[in-house]
Structure formats: structure tokens, C-alpha cells
Design a binder for this molecule. Structure first.
Ligand SMILES: Cc1cc2nc3c(=O)[nH]c(=O)nc-3n(C[C@H](O)[C@H](O)[C@H](O)COP(=O)(O)O)c2cc1C
Length: 233
């Protein structure tokens, strides 16, 4: 059993809250895994060329091409994205938009697999975690747990964080804010968050070891998607 972890943050691994949480979830699964960072990768969004309709293989040639096989071979996913403007960032959006290639005709490559969705924001990470869950549902992949945390907004390191009136430090701590190690949010120091990530990993690992019945999971996700459509129709 192999799990594919994806960190959608463009930041260096050592600075990214998303990367840290994806890694923590993976480490606690007890399964073999690979963690891929999208940092520096050039991935276009879906261009609706319909080139994937017959064979479920995207014809856009970029950095997603080399990831396709890893997505296909994985039994489960741990996917994380930063909160940009109350949703997932553009790089991660392009990455997961291209999973459109798996959805046509008898394309059941991903159906019934399981995942953990992770979101990190300067204030909150729930929105990207929820968005990832929704994307996964379109491929009938079940999100067994979501982890949402608070990371360090760029405003803490941009050099103007204490004076900028529209920056997150002033928004969160008021106009007298002093930026210190203690005021900079750091996912590694948030015990409850790390515990939630570890529990999500353990749950995902258990689900795989107990034998994920992909057919049953697929049926449940199909019903969930249909219910979502009927609510928004
Ligand atoms: C362009 C941009 C937009 C952002 N928008 C939001 C936002 O709407 N809400 C929020 O909570 N954080 C926002 N942030 C802050 C990031 O979510 C935060 O820095 C988070 O730690 C990013 O994850 P990372 O540490 O893995 O890169 C934004 C950051 C950038 C660069």
C-alpha cells in the first residue's frame, strides 16, 4: 500500500505549514509514502481540449505529466493546500483541476480511494481543506479526515508586518503588535493541531490496512455527489 502526499505550498519546505502537516499525517499512517511538493513546479490548469476523453490521459505536457503515474499507483492521498483568498492557491488548483483526465467513460482509476485533506491559512485553513474534499468527491475519492491549521502569513516576514495596516499581524494582534517567535504562528508548536494531523494519519493507515472496499466507497461517494448536485441544482 502506498500513499501519495502532495504539498501545494510554493514556500520552502522548512517554512511551509502545509508541508509540515502533510508530512505529519504521512508519518503516522504506518504505510509506505512519497511526499511531493508542488513548489517550483509549472502546472497549467485544464484547458478543456478534451484530449483525455478517450483514454483518460491528459495531453498537456508539463510538470503534472510526471506526477500522473504516481497519482494512478497510489492507494490513498494526503493533499494539502494553503489558503489564498479563502480557497486553495492557484498551483494546487491547477494540479487538482487536471484530475479531470481521470473522470471519463470507464475511467475508474481513482474511484473508491481514500484521502486526508489539509488546509493552512494565515488566519484559518478550513476553506482549502473543504475545497480539496469537494474536488476529491468528483473522482469518488473519500476524504476520511480533514486537518485545518494556522500558519505564518508572509506578513510576519515581509519586513513591514508591525506597521502595515492591512497585514495579518495587525489584524490579529492590533496596531501595537511586536513580531517575535511567540507571535508568529507555527504549526509545529500547536500541539492540538499536530495531534489532529497524527490522528488523521493513523485513521488513514487503519482504513487501508483493514482493506478499503473501493466498490463500496465508490457507491457511497456517488450518492454523496448526487446529493450535493441536487442541493445546488
Ligand atoms: C496571495 C495570498 C493570499 C492569502 N490569502 C489568505 C486568506 O484569504 N486567508 C488566510 O487565512 N490566509 C491567507 N494567506 C496566508 C497563507 O494562507 C499563509 O501564509 C499560510 O501559512 C500558507 O501556507 P504555507 O505556510 O504552507 O505556505 C494568503 C497568502 C498569500 C500569499
Amino acid at each position: 500500500m502506498k500513499i501519495l502526499g502532495i504539498s501545494g505550498s510554493p514556500r520552502k519546505e522548512s517554512q511551509s505549514g502545509v508541508y509540515k502537516l502533510v508530512q505529519t499525517v504521512l508519518e503516522n499512517t504506518g504505510c509506505a509514502y512519497e511526499l511531493v511538493s508542488l513548489r517550483g513546479k509549472k502546472i497549467s490548469g485544464c484547458i478543456a481540449c478534451l484530449g483525455c476523453m478517450k483514454d483518460n490521459v491528459c495531453k498537456v505536457d508539463d510538470d503534472l505529466t510526471g506526477l500522473r503515474q504516481k497519482i494512478v499507483e497510489a492507494d490513498a492521498y494526503v493533499l494539502g493546500a494553503p489558503n489564498y483568498y479563502s480557497t486553495i492557491n492557484a498551483t494546487f488548483h491547477a494540479f487538482i483541476e487536471r484530475w479531470f483526465q481521470f473522470r471519463h467513460q470507464t475511467g475508474n482509476t481513482l474511484w473508491g480511494k481514500v484521502a486526508v485533506a489539509i488546509g493552512v491559512g494565515g488566519t484559518a485553513g478550513q476553506a482549502p481543506a473543504d475545497a480539496i474534499e469537494k474536488f476529491l468527491l468528483y473522482n469518488f475519492v473519500e476524504t476520511v479526515a480533514k486537518v485545518a491549521g494556522q500558519g505564518a502569513a508572509s506578513c510576519y516576514s515581509c519586513g513591514y508586518g508591525e506597521s502595515c495596516q492591512v497585514g495579518i499581524p495587525v489584524m490579529l494582534h492590533g496596531p501595537e503588535v511586536k513580531i517575535t517567535e511567540d507571535t508568529i504562528p507555527n504549526v509545529s508548536k500547536q500541539q492540538e493541531l499536530i495531534k489532529a494531523a497524527a490522528e488523521a494519519g493513523a485513521l488513514l493507515g487503519r482504513r487501508l490496512r483493514e482493506g478499503n472496499n473501493r466498490q463500496k466507497t465508490t457507491l457511497a461517494m456517488q450518492a454523496k455527489l448526487m446529493a450535493m448536485f441536487s442541493e445546488t441544482a
